[in-house]
Ligand binder design. Structure first.
Ligand SMILES: Nc1ncnc2c1ncn2[C@@H]1O[C@H](COP(=O)(O)OP(=O)(O)O)[C@@H](O)[C@H]1O
Ligand SMILES: [Mg+2]
Length: 430
């Protein structure tokens, strides 16, 4: 149980951190790309200004002041006449795209990636429009810088996640330790208290029984009181036994579990509870595959299915039906206990597995209804790495599905004492 909580804590911690770090990396990346792009545009503007001043475009010729080279490394400069005809160019990286006078910014990806900027040129002296100048710069370097940034950010995020994963393991262990210890103490207390209550309860029960056995000297009113004392002591014994089961199941460890024939357990339970169902005129049927094996604790598994079957019979009115089906699905054993009884309201479906929870709020002590049956069943299922789920409709009935990991390999091997009873045939109990 605590292992699962630890993993969940760690996972949610990592998910939150991943979201934060990714958002951080994306923001850095966008800001960086924006500023590097802005710097490029600034450089191109300066270059364009230099290329447009001190030149003459006349009769298809470009004349610069002193024929100086203004295009720097990685750059290109092109001059066009008013019709967009290329007149001259400089530098290693002029754009190869045709001039588009409607777009001041042009970008190309091949034969080399480059960013271009076009501005109109006016004659210095007369101010007359004489053509265009288009300047450009190769994007190779910018792209390699951003690629390195991407790698750095990605790697940084990854390293941070791995480190925080390790940190998280340590932190969750630290945080869970006191909770685990407290839980164990509470378990121990429940177990000890239930155990210690046994003897005084037994004393009360025996004394009440003895008093009732020799009741001649007792007033008839007092006989009733003794009967009540006896019955209350019985119920308390029953309750403390359940609490003890819960506390012990919580502590159960798995390593020494034996392979168990669940088919046999289930069919015996069906036989055992059939008379109870018959008393209520309930049609109690079963369909149990004969090859259901798992590693587990026999006593606990009997308790689990007893609780489900007793509930189904108890919460189904007279002339209803209860059906048990058990089969293998993949590597799991699926056991369904279905009834067409009173059902459970949707808002209660989450609650029914809680300890001491009952739909009917008054605990029915006479019927030994304390709201512990399903809590015990679920704890047992979880101890076997399984789970009980419920499907129910108010007034229509309920279906409790128990999923337990099966022992596939053993299904054809002999398990002493069980084989003869089950074979591989299917139990049908109509
Ligand atoms: N088969 C069922 N049909 C309808 N309600 C059920 C069924 N099984 C359990 N419940 C509901 O879940 C509650 C908890 O069940 P359980 O833990 O066995 O306690 P208890 O039977 O002692 O009340 C019951 O009080 C009942 O309201
Ligand atoms: Mg019950």
């Amino acid at each position: 149980m605590f292992q699962k909580i630890r993993y969940q804590l760690l996972l949610s911690n990592l998910i939150v951190l991943t979201i934060i770090l990714t958002a951080f990396a994306i923001t850095v990346r966008i800001t960086f790309a924006y500023s590097i792009n802005q710097q490029l545009i600034d450089r191109l503007n300066t270059l364009a200004r230099a290329a447009a001043t001190g030149i003459d475009i006349e009769d298809g010729e470009v004349e610069t002041d002193d024929d100086e080279v203004i295009a720097g490394q990685n750059q290109g400069v092109q001059w066009f006449d008013v019709e967009g005809e290329l007149l001259a160019q400089q530098g290693e990286y002029p754009l190869t795209l045709p001039l588009d006078i409607n777009q001041s910014l042009q970008k190309q990806t091949s034969p080399y990636p480059a960013q271009g900027l076009t501005t109109p040129v006016n004659d210095d002296a007369s101010g007359k429009f004489v053509g265009y100048v288009r300047v450009s710069e190769s994007l190779t370097e910018v792209q390699s810088i951003t690629r390195r940034l991407d790698l750095g950010l990605g790697g940084g995020v990854l390293v941070a996640l791995v480190l925080s994963g390790f940190g998280g393991i340590w932190l969750t262990r630290q945080a869970m330790q006191p909770i685990e210890e407290n839980f164990q103490r509470l378990q121990q207390f429940t177990s000890d208290a239930s155990h210690e209550l046994r003897s005084p309860l037994m004393a009360i029960k025996t004394n009440a029984a003895v008093a009732l056995k020799y009741s001649e000297g007792i007033r008839s009113k007092d006989v009733e009181k003794f009967q009540m004392i006896g019955s209350a002591a019985n119920q308390m014994t029953w309750l403390t036994e359940r609490l003890l089961i819960l506390a012990r199941t919580d502590k159960v460890t798995q390593p020494d579990w034996e392979p168990i024939n669940l088919s046999s357990i289930l069919s015996k339970l069906v036989l055992f509870y059939k008379p109870y169902a018959l008393q209520k005129k309930i049609d109690f049927t079963s369909q149990i595959a004969g090859n259901l094996y798992l590693r587990g604790d026999k006593v606990l598994l009997i308790q689990l299915f007893t609780n489900l079957i007793k509930n189904a019979i108890y919460y189904t009115p007279s002339r209803g039906m209860v059906e048990i089906t058990a089969k293998i699905a993949g590597s799991n054993l699926i056991i369904k206990v279905q009834d067409n009884g009173i059902g459970i309201a949707p808002e209660y479906l989450e609650k029914i597995f809680e300890r001491f929870w009952r739909a009917e709020k008054s605990r029915s002590y006479k019927a030994k209804k304390f709201g512990l049956g399903l809590a015990i069943a679920q704890t047992i299922a979880q101890k076997h790495d399984g789970l009980i789920t419920v499907n129910s409709q108010l007034g229509k009935g309920s279906c409790f599905t128990t999923r337990l990991p099966g022992l596939e390999k053993l299904k054809n091997q002999s398990i002493a004492g069980n084989r003869e009873q089950t074979g591989n045939r299917e139990y049908r109990n109509k």
